[in-house]
Ligand binder design. Structure first.
Ligand SMILES: N[C@@H](CCC(=O)N[C@@H](CS)C(=O)NCC(=O)O)C(=O)O
Length: 212
């Protein structure tokens, strides 16, 4: 796939996007939109940019950035995300090698190799979610994570204080048989998580956010 710039060589605004792409050395195709004949107002271009202005930029992933501000932010963030992927992979490699030659990868005691290894995964997940939300525009899919993220301290504290008690209550009120199956531990953790998530959801609906 390629990046496409919707441009008009005689108009001032798309010049900014053109300069930015040239400065960053971003390879792209250019489609000229004839503003004098009103091509920007036609159905074909309106489907690409409902604002009917140039510049617009269609990214590699098919998302469309519809003005200079979005194009600038998109290109900058795109680079940061690419860097995060690279550093993430390097961290995974270093963490794994350190785990073999220096100290084992153990989460419970937060060994240095674990810190680097888990940092790698965090960077990869961050890049993935950046792509999912900002580039692919899939905001709805991540709503459950937004609910948790808005009350991350609450769910962390509640999990440490109440996870055992919630599990006991679930067990007492009908889930004991399920918890005793081969998949019991997984079902138990997921059930506790669901209860904690609904607490966060309730707080989210009340617009109540625990912050320091
Ligand atoms: N906020 C936009 C403004 C873009 C803009 O106004 N572009 C003009 C060309 S310089 C345009 O497309 N005009 C079409 C029209 O007004 O119908 C940006 O900076 O990207």
């Amino acid at each position: 796939m390629t990046i496409t710039l919707y441009d008009c060589s005689t108009a001032p605004s798309p010049r900014r996007a053109r300069i930015l792409l040239a400065e960053k050395g971003v390879a792209h195709d250019t489609v000229q939109i004839d503003l004098r004949s009103g091509e920007q107002l036609g159905d074909a271009y309106r489907a690409i940019n409902p604002q009917c202005t140039v510049p617009a930029l269609r990214t590699d992933e098919g998302a469309v950035l519809t003005d200079n501000a979005a194009i600038t932010a998109g290109l900058e963030l795109g680079r940061s995300a690419a860097l995060a992927i690279l550093v993430g992979i390097v961290c995974l490699l270093i963490g794994t090698i350190l785990g073999i030659v220096a100290c084992p990868v153990i989460k419970r005691i937060w060994t240095p190799s674990w810190a680097i290894f888990s940092g790698g995964w965090v960077l990869l997940m961050l890049s993935f979610f950046y792509w999912l939300v900002e580039i692919a525009g899939q905001r709805k899919i991540v709503f459950p994570l937004v609910v948790v993220g808005m009350n991350s301290i609450f769910i962390y504290v509640m999990h440490n204080l109440c996870a055992g008690w919630i599990s006991q209550q679930l067990s007492k009120h009908g889930m004991a048989a399920l918890f005793a199956t081969a998949w019991g531990p997984v079902i138990e953790k997921c059930s506790v998580l669901a209860v904690l998530w609904f607490m966060c959801f309730w707080l989210y609906r009340q617009r109540a956010f625990l912050r320091i």
